[in-house]
Design a protein around this ligand. Structure first.
Ligand SMILES: CC(C)(COP(=O)(O)OP(=O)(O)OC[C@H]1O[C@@H](n2cnc3c(N)ncnc32)[C@H](O)[C@@H]1OP(=O)(O)O)[C@@H](O)C(=O)NCCC(=O)NCCS
Length: 419
């Protein structure tokens, strides 16, 4: 492992934010517009912004910021509907002049230590490139369906959908934060990340001009019944036409529905705008109601990709936070190179839906790396599948199935807000 010598970790004060942002632009390949700066400040949890600064002139200019990261302090929904204190790692980038010297590795260790000190039992992230994070103990905890839905796609009728009303408005923090936060707090899908705020404002409402690529400002579709809002979606459109044919697109970002009827009313609206031929979304759970409501599933062009990467930082706290579907008693031997406190053998006893997790000297029933347990945590991957893939070792026949059944979630996990 490379050591990242000649650098030191620091917190980024407000007056050094531009140095932080400069590294982000270098790392993520882009030049921001000056007018967008406040949006980026709003989207950044400034009090949790960290960096590596050069201390050795052989590495660069002493005092310059070479690499950055930050994290959102949040609660994540786990199977059963409870939540666990979670750190959402984000903004991680290394200036290209300093890459492959171990700086990411050092920052991840910094992130793990600080998250644990704050009592955050799990770390989650979205990966720009999927092969990067398994080495640090992250497992692909959920998958998402990227879909392109043709205009006017037919759906099976759902009772009550026609009785709901829809409002379409320009998304605004002042007008809609309470509405969106209120609905989001009612979502019970594992992987839902609640209340990830930037510097005091809800980062979901940021809308940099430079990111629009010809699209409108973000808009909000709000579905209501007599009692108030029951579904919402952020969306924006782009009008296109060639040889006289209008083939505009609608992009849907975060969305949430409180009932089958609300989901149907929402998607009927989002897939039937004039001058728009295709509605695209990257945020559908693999069991999203829409996928079952569509009459012609093959009419949707889709692809399944990784969604949330999950890393258990405090194994007993994380495992005890979620609910289980099946009683079992299994000893798990865990390898964890990056958080040694997790390594060793743990007994997981599940009774009546709750787990007690304690250290044991007993021989293990199963052996695995922390990334495999992390991958199964939200209930989207079966532990038995990982045994069949040759990644988890089963010493006591049948015990992988016992734990697999206990850990499965009847609802597929998904984080539908990309942080
Ligand atoms: C990805 C990035 C953060 C890596 O930073 P870095 O300081 O060069 O990484 P490290 O030197 O600590 O590398 C650690 C290990 O990860 C591997 N690695 C780094 N980047 C990788 C990538 N893009 N794909 C696959 N492996 C990668 C390294 O080869 C190294 O492997 P090793 O331990 O077997 O030698 C950096 O290249 C970057 O900022 N890229 C652009 C922005 C980005 O993608 N950020 C991640 C956002 S999710």
């Amino acid at each position: 492992m490379k050591k990242a010598e000649g650098y030191r970790p620091i917190s980024i004060p407000e007056d050094r934010l531009d140095e932080f942002f400069d590294v982000v632009q270098w790392a993520f390949v882009g030049e921001w517009l000056r007018e967008d700066r406040q949006d980026y400040v709003d989207a950044l949890p400034v009090e949790r912004a960290r960096a590596l600064e050069v201390t050795d002139a052989r590495r660069g200019r002493v005092g310059e910021v070479a690499a950055v990261h930050a994290s959102f302090g949040t609660e994540m929904v786990v199977p059963g509907g409870r939540t666990v204190p979670t750190a959402g790692l984000s903004w991680l980038g290394v200036h290209p002049a300093h890459r492959r010297r171990g700086l990411m590795t050092r920052m991840i260790h910094d992130h793990f230590e600080r998250s644990l000190a704050r009592g955050e039992a799990v770390s989650v992230l979205y990966a720009m490139e999927a092969p990067i994070y398994a080495r640090f103990g992250y497992g692909m905890g959920s998958q998402t369906v990227k879909a392109e839905i043709p205009r006017g796609a037919k759906m099976w009728a759902v009772d009550g959908a026609d009785d709901l009303t829809v409002r379409l408005e320009r998304a605004s923090f002042d007008a809609h934060d309470a509405l969106v936060s209120g609905l989001q707090a009612r979502l019970d899908r594992p992987g839902t990340v609640i209340n990830a705020v930037g510097s005091g404002r809800n980062a979901r409402f940021t809308d940099p001009v430079g990111n629009r690529r010809g699209m409108e400002k973000w808009r909000l579709a709000i579905v209501e019944d007599a009692g108030g809002p029951v579904a919402y979606a952020f969306f924006r459109r782009h009008a296109r036409s060639s040889v006289g044919i209008h083939d505009g697109v609608c992009q849907v970002r975060e969305h949430g529905s409180m009932s089958p009827a609300a989901s149907q009313r929402l998607w009927e609206t989002l897939t039937d705008f004039d001058l728009v031929e295709t509605t695209m979304t990257e945020n559908l759970a693999t069991d999203d109601p829409l996928l079952h409501q569509l009459k012609d599933p093959r009419g949707v062009r889709s692809k399944v990709i990784d969604n949330l990467w999950v890393r258990l930082l405090d194994v007993p706290t994380a495992l005890e936070a979620r609910e289980y579907l099946h009683d079992c008693d299994v000893a798990i031997e865990l390898a964890d190179k990056h958080v040694p406190g997790n390594a060793g053998t743990w007994r997981v006893r599940v009774s009546g839906g709750d787990a007690r997790v304690t250290r044991t000297d007993d021989a293990p029933d199963l052996s695995m790396d922390i990334r495999h347990l992390s991958q199964c945590y939200l209930g989207g991957t079966s532990l038995e599948a990982l045994v069949r893939a040759g990644l988890v070792r089963e010493h006591t026949p049948g015990q992988a199935r016992e734990l697999a059944i206990a850990m499965m979630s009847p609802v597929a996990p998904l984080a539908n807000w990309d942080f």
